[in-house]
Design a protein around this ligand. Structure first.
Ligand SMILES: C[S@@+](CC[C@H](N)C(=O)[O-])C[C@H]1O[C@@H](n2cnc3c(N)ncnc32)[C@H](O)[C@@H]1O
Length: 214
């Protein structure tokens, strides 16, 4: 299935992935292993509205990688930082098979609906690697969705987890785009502070036009 990257969730995810790489570099990392088991295509056509949305946003890093999948963005950003990256990429052709790695991107379309299938695997894997999870959080649509979300969050209680949350729209926010970082680095202030700042900036940029009209 084709999807068109460039929504606010992709933008937040791309910024966080770049910031994670920069954090690793600042800690002396030179060689990294990355896994993306839902990698999609390497590149996508960019519509004019997506281009405008990104270029008018505070997402400076993502703007440099317009139209790229996360896997391509990670590869390009790593190269620009002088990092050596070993990537394990797959999509629908194979069953989910987690490899030893430093960073796992977990971004199927339907984690919100299917988290029960995958969550134990992620809890286990996050002991020895960082995981960036994308979640299209449908809680604003009703109480049953919110309960579903609360049950998921309950499973992660007490584990290192930070998340950025931005509305899907400034006037009709029917969902939240959430990007999670779970794993050892989620407890590191030097990474968490910049991730928080990026999320706040993007949240303000999306929300503010809906706050006051006149
Ligand atoms: C949101 S897109 C991935 C985007 C990519 N991670 C990125 O950030 O550029 C979701 C991808 O997951 C794949 N996918 C969905 N369900 C899957 C499954 N059960 N097994 C393997 N791949 C799946 C789809 O084919 C699609 O390419």
């Amino acid at each position: 299935m084709r999807y068109e990257p460039g929504n606010w969730g992709d933008i937040l995810k791309g910024e966080w992935l770049c910031q994670w790489l920069e954090w690793k570099l600042s800690g002396g990392g030179r060689q990294l292993r990355y896994q993306d088991p839902f990698c999609g295509w390497p590149e996508y056509p960019v519509t004019e509205s997506t281009r405008r949305r990104v270029l008018n946003s505070p997402a400076r890093r993502y703007a440099g990688y317009l139209g790229l999948s996360s896997a391509s963005l990670v590869a390009r950003h790593a190269r620009s930082l002088g990092l050596q990256l070993e990537s394990h990429l797959s999509d629908r052709e194979t069953a989910l098979d987690l490899k030893p790695c430093d960073l796992l991107l977990f971004d199927p379309y339907d984690f919100f609906e299917r988290w029960l299938e995958w969550n134990d695997l992620l809890l286990e894997a996050s002991h020895d690697r960082d995981i960036v999870v994308y979640l299209y959080n449908k809680s604003p649509r009703g109480v049953s969705q919110f309960r579903q979300y609360q049950a998921l969050r309950e499973r992660w209680k007490g584990r290192p987890l930070v998340l950025g949350r931005v509305p899907a729209d400034s006037v009709l926010p029917r969902a939240w785009h959430e990007v999670w970082l779970v794993g050892p680095s989620a407890a590191q202030a030097g990474l968490v502070g910049p991730l928080r700042e990026t999320s706040l900036q993007l949240h303000r940029h999306i929300s503010e036009p809906g706050v006051f009209e006149g």
